[in-house]
Write a protein that binds this ligand. Structure first.
Ligand code: PMP
Length: 447
């Protein structure tokens, strides 16, 4: 038994102490090796201990590690802002740095609100989001997060925000490839705007490809386009939360590129700093930022914003992604991993669905694929399977929710540098873990 720690996170559960991490592998102080099959929390997109990033950070550290934004501009933050703008839709030329995903989302909704006030639309303040969704843990971002167990205790402290269902076509028995399905779910946004009163609605925030809340939910055909049209029809701003789907892991720098849709504001983080530095950004259209700056300035900021060390890391991460062809590898290896996960469905009838794009992939467990009913709660599958995989030396990420309903889903999202042999390693360890889980839970396994 380890001695009681002074450090605390969500629970009392303790973990092995990390000794070293390189590429897709991590080692604890007892020498046990783990394959980082979830890139931490979908963060370590280019793998661990990348020499280019370490070198860039070391060089920056020798020059300066902090310059307060009201006193100095810094070269890394200028260069990274230009790079990010070049990777964003045209016209989205303004970049505001933060230190994480929740801060990026807070910044996005505050910019949207300040823009509305500036242009004489002060009646607009409601931000519609989806249920389920995850947009962060700070109070503003939490008000948008569609996951009641996380937000319920804090509701008296925040403003309730309207929610619409996420497009869970696979649970609703609808064809994800049928544009009528996309239209069906997008119309829920229009209905909500009308119900709330269009001139009170400021924005709609959406994860273009879902993250931990929905388990890599890919929207049905036509959904994102229809959402954009509806936002335009009612003067509602569209915010893409690309905190998890941005940064290249889906095979494109922004997840929304898969759908050819451009938002008004983007929030990114996670793979942007890729675990080397706490880094995030809000990227906004000039059309929104210019009036706010002209009217006296954006009433928002964080002390560490634009930190030169974090920005030097972020710049080197993007250089590594581009020079190493890592987005192409994410597409290719994502395809291989997805089809291997789909193959596991033949063996394990309790895998209900496999989905995702590139290396943002998930599967979920069900009692029965016909009814798509969840496994009994008592099986504690979301925890058990993760622990069994961990014992095998494989890290995966889970949530006890299936599209916001009762159930269990698991994200398999290794770093974008993964090789085919390492994909095989993931599948072998996962097969062992699933077999042990099935035996323990009394579930059938085809041999
Ligand atoms: N938005 C999305 C889509 C996320 O996945 C997360 C993190 N899981 C956040 C926002 C919040 O990011 P952070 O934990 O860095 O505050």
């Amino acid at each position: 038994m380890k001695p009681e720690s002074h450090l605390f996170y969500q629970t009392r559960s303790r973990r092995p102490v990390l000794a070293e991490a390189r590429g897709v592998y991590m080692w604890d102080v007892d020498g046990k090796r783990y394959l980082d099959g979830s890139s931490g929390a979908m963060v370590s997109n280019i793998g661990h201990s990348n020499p280019r990033v370490i070198d860039a950070m070391r060089r920056q550290m020798e020059k300066s590690t902090f310059g307060y934004r009201l006193h100095f501009e810094t070269e890394p933050s200028e260069k990274l802002a230009a790079k990010v703008a070049s990777l964003s839709p045209s016209g989205m030329e303004k970049v505001f740095f933060v230190s994480g995903g929740s801060e990026a989302v807070e910044s996005a909704i505050k910019l949207a609100r300040q823009y509305a006030v500036t242009v004489g639309q002060g009646s607009r303040w409601k931000v519609i989001s989806r249920d389920p969704s995850y947009h962060g843990s700070t109070l503003g971002a939490l008000a948008l997060t569609g996951y009641a167990p996380l937000s319920d205790p804090f509701m008296p402290m925040m403003q309730a925000m309207p929610k619409i269902p996420a497009p869970r076509a696979y649970l609703d028995g609808l064809d994800i490839n049928d544009p009528a399905t996309g239209q069906h779910y997008a119309e829920m946004l229009e209905a909500k705007i009308l119900e709330e009163g269009a001139d009170s609605v400021l924005a709609f925030i959406v994860e273009p490809i879902g993250g931990a809340s929905t388990g890599a939910l890919v929207p049905p055909a036509g959904y994102m386009r229809a959402v954009r049209e509806i936002c335009d029809r009612y003067g509602v701003l569209l915010i893409h939360d690309e905190v998890m789907s941005g940064g290249g892991r889906t095979g494109r720098f922004m997840g929304a590129e898969h759908f050819g849709v451009e938002p008004d504001i983007i929030a990114i983080s996670k793979g942007f700093g890729a675990g080397y530095a706490p880094l995030g950004a809000m990227i906004a259209h000039d059309r929104l930022v210019d009036p706010v700056l002209d009217a006296g300035g954006f009433l928002h900021g964080h002390t560490y914003a634009g930190n030169p060390l974090a920005c030097a890391a972020g710049l080197a991460v993007i250089e590594e992604i581009e020079s190493g062809g890592l987005m192409q590898n994410a597409s290719r290896m994502g395809g291989v991993l997805k089809s291997r996960l789909q193959n596991l469905m033949q063996r394990f009838s309790f895998i209900g669905d496999v989905r995702g794009e590139g290396l943002l992939l998930a599967f979920e467990l069900v009692s029965d694929r016909q009814s798509m009913q969840p496994l009994p709660r008592a099986l504690n599958a979301y925890n058990e399977l993760v622990e069994l995989a961990y014992a095998e030396g494989l890290i995966i990420y889970s949530r006890r929710t299936r599209g916001g309903l009762e159930g269990d889903h698991f994200l398999v999202c290794p770093p974008m540098i993964i090789s085919e042999a390492q994909v095989d390693e993931i599948i072998e360890m996962l097969t062992n873990a699933l077999t042990k889980f099935a035996v323990k839970a009394g579930l059938a396994v085809e041999t």
